[in-house]
Design a protein around this ligand. Structure first.
Ligand SMILES: CC(C)(COP(=O)(O)OP(=O)(O)OC[C@H]1O[C@@H](n2cnc3c(N)ncnc32)[C@H](O)[C@@H]1OP(=O)(O)O)[C@@H](O)C(=O)NCCC(=O)NCCS
Length: 171
């Protein structure tokens, strides 16, 4: 495994759109994503183009590519960003066949450092669906601390659900 974690290029954002739009209903359910809330692909691509017109510190989101042996294998996104304070992150290995091999933990560890440095964070949160075992195990292994389980709508693509809040607190 040779992992590289770096800010995503605009061209690579098409992969995020394809990931969600080609996902099975079962996968979206596990992620806590409501398929009816996914933006239409062309509209979504325009939103990313607008995002990339802004400097990183002023964007509503920060996108990170995960590569193994120079192949794109996954991505992380950060949102709810308050530069100098806190942000929330998400984590995805694209192909099911590449999961459960240690890529997630290795990428999350490097991504955490990238978010803390770039966004000058004090706290980094992640709130996966409480019933989605893979991210919950991965976050704990990557050094996140469990905070609580609560009901919420975590983001604009999600339905109301139970999530576990995890944090890395360097304040
Ligand atoms: C979450 C995800 C990024 C983790 O990446 P990964 O490469 O599969 O994780 P790793 O191989 O590094 O595994 C990390 C730990 O989680 C455990 N784990 C991973 N997937 C698991 C699963 N499906 N069931 C149980 N444990 C799992 C691993 O066993 C490992 O723990 P261990 O070393 O103590 O055994 C990946 O599984 C994924 O993309 N899942 C689908 C998308 C998703 O659910 N994203 C979360 C949205 S917030």
């Amino acid at each position: 495994m040779t992992i590289t974690v770096r800010p995503m290029t605009l061209q690579e954002t098409a992969m995020i759109i394809e990931y969600f739009h080609s996902a099975t209903p079962e996968h979206l359910e596990m992620l806590g994503v409501d398929p009816s809330r996914l933006p239409q692909a062309s509209h979504w691509q325009r939103l990313y183009a607008q995002m990339f017109d802004q400097p990183i510190e002023q964007r509503g989101g920060f996108l990170v590519s995960w590569l193994n042996h120079d192949q794109l294998v996954g991505f992380s996104t950060a949102d709810k960003i308050r530069v100098g304070q806190q942000a929330n992150m998400h984590l995805h290995v694209i192909e099911a066949s590449q999961r459960k091999q240690g890529i997630g933990v290795a990428c999350v560890r490097q991504t955490v450092e990238l978010y803390f440095q770039t966004l000058k964070l004090k706290q980094l949160f992640c709130e996966p669906n409480a019933f989605n075992v893979a991210p919950n195990r991965t976050l704990q292994k990557a050094g996140f601390k469990y905070v609580k389980t609560h009901m919420t709508v975590p983001g604009p693509l999600n339905f109301h659900q139970a999530v576990n809040r995890w944090v890395i607190d360097r304040s």
